[in-house]
Design a protein around this ligand. Structure first.
Ligand code: UDX
Length: 459
């Protein structure tokens, strides 16, 4: 027997697929909708199109139990569901870097056109510019006066999507005063709320802004420490020790303070650009002018890694063979969107290096996007006869490499640690010339960045 509201999830990308599976796991009847028939077919067959630990097991379990199904028929779900979660993408638009809202608009317009059930609730989860929800609400109430809209941003991290969805740090409900949306959202999230997750109930614009403000803060933290790495390089100081020391101040905190080649992925870079574009539209561009600097520091870190590699090889990379370990924008992911690792690999290849890339999960995606790079199927193959080895994504497989065992395979014992992922002392003792950003080469006797809990370590 059905319990609670019937739930539709529109858009089955990273966010939507995870949300649909987790809502079913919480005991609701859920239908996931997408325009992409191939994606729907794969999900319906129990196959997750992305690399996300734990998601496929939960998908299969809930398909089998019958709580969860997928469709390309929006007319079928429009009148069926009580709650519609809008989880479609908001890509970066060309030009000013603002958010492209065409998929959000289409989803809502199609629901309205197909005819919503009386009293239905539409819940936006996509990351949108401030003001979007108010505009959608006006359109919805003109067409379907008894349908409400709420904005409920999502903060999940790739690699921890299931965990972050089932046990988020907080829930944010953007609602209009006097409506039923808050009570209905509380009913949907009862289990999460009972487990102690705090709820912030607010207006639409604040809810929209919480999401981009959080990502802007996280991006700022990373670019701050990478700017300190630039200073450490010219001052002869050590950014890892600096990060450890400032991180002990609880007001600063040591999470998300790992220096290196910077942030990438489908969210942080795009969200800080869209946030600036929106601020400019609102006449407050100067309030977020600093985010352009955050973006610039971030992109500069990639350039500095290229320069460091060149210097490590005596000034020229052309004709040299480079083994690049890492393609994904972060470990435990096959996502290569705006990946610093591949950006650096492509730049070095453009300078004439022979670049061979290995990644435990992201090679199929990398191959599509960067077809002219060479790909290997193992660390061993990537580093074979290499003049230098670059570690650009901190997969556990790379952190735990035995530097002595690699030596016989390389042509030059030069390693560039773009993520401060390796135990420097161990690599040096094995005979490698070790290079990283923001640290005096040859100095540091301290092992790796173990005092810095990046998100993976902290989770
Ligand atoms: C991010 C936010 O964390 C999440 O809350 C939001 O919902 C979506 O965007 P995600 O893109 O999955 O999540 O990646 P995240 O783990 O935040 O890492 C982003 C990038 O920052 C990665 O490229 C990572 O390598 C880099 N990073 C992270 C650092 O360079 N240093 C750090 O200390 C932490």
């Amino acid at each position: 027997a059905e319990t609670g509201p019937r739930i539709a999830v529109l858009g089955t990308g990273y966010l939507g697929a995870t949300h649909a599976v987790c809502m079913a796991e919480l005991g609701f009847t859920v239908i996931g909708y997408d325009v992409d028939a191939a994606k729907v077919a794969r999900l319906a067959a129990g196959e997750v199109p992305i690399f996300e630990p734990g998601l496929e097991e939960l998908l299969r379990k809930n398909l089998e139990s019958g709580w969860l199904s997928f469709t390309t028929d929006i007319d079928g779900i429009a009148g069926w569901a009580d709650v519609h979660f809008v989880c479609v993408g908001t890509p970066q638009r060309a030009g000013d870097g603002g958010a492209d809202l065409r998929y959000v608009d289409a989803a809502v317009d199609q629901l309205i056109a197909a005819g919503l059930a009386p009293g239905a609730l539409i819940v936006g989860k996509s990351t949108v510019p401030a003001g979007t929800a108010a505009g959608l609400a006006a359109r919805i109430s003109a067409a379907a006066p008894d349908v409400e809209l709420a904005w409920n941003p999502e903060f999940l991290r790739e690699g921890f999507a299931v965990e972050d969805t089932l046990r988020p740090d907080r829930l944010v409900f953007g609602v209009t005063p006097g409506g039923a949306a808050e009570a209905r959202l509380r009913a949907v999230y009862t289990a999460t709320i009972e487990a102690g997750t705090p709820v912030v109930v607010t207006d639409y614009a604040t809810a929209e802004l919480v999401k981009v403000a959080a990502n802007a803060f996280l991006a700022t933290k990373i670019s701050f420490i990478n700017a300190m790495a630039e200073i450490c390089d010219v001052a002869g100081a050590d950014v890892l020790e600096l990060a450890t020391a400032i991180g002990y101040d609880a007001r600063i905190g040591n999470r998300f303070l790992r220096p290196g080649i910077g942030f990438g992925g489908g969210c942080l870079p795009k969200d800080i650009r869209a946030f600036q574009a929106r601020a400019t539209e609102l006449g407050a561009g100067s309030s977020l002018a600093f985010l352009a600097e955050i973006d610039a520091v971030n992109l500069r870190a990639r350039q500095r890694a290229v320069t460091l590699t060149r210097a490590a090889l005596g000034g020229v990379v052309a004709g040299r063979r480079l083994g690049v370990l890492g393609a994904a924008f972060k470990p435990n992911s096959d996502d290569i969107r705006d990946s610093p690792a591949l950006d650096i690999a492509a730049e070095l290849a453009a300078e004439g290096a022979q670049v061979v890339v290995y990644d435990p999960a992201a090679i199929p995606n990398a191959r599509l996007r960067y077809p002219s790079l060479t790909y290997a199927t193992s660390v061993r193959e990537a580093v074979k006869a290499a003049d230098a080895v670059l570690v650009l994504t901190e997969w556990a497989e790379f952190r735990t490499l035995d530097p002595a065992a690699l030596l016989p395979h390389v042509a030059g014992a030069v390693v560039v640690d773009g993520r401060h992922a390796l135990d420097e002392r161990r690599w040096r003792e094995a005979g490698w010339a070790y290079h990283s950003l923001g640290r005096p080469s040859g100095a540091a006797s301290q092992p790796g960045a173990d005092d810095l809990t990046d998100d993976e370590a902290a989770a």
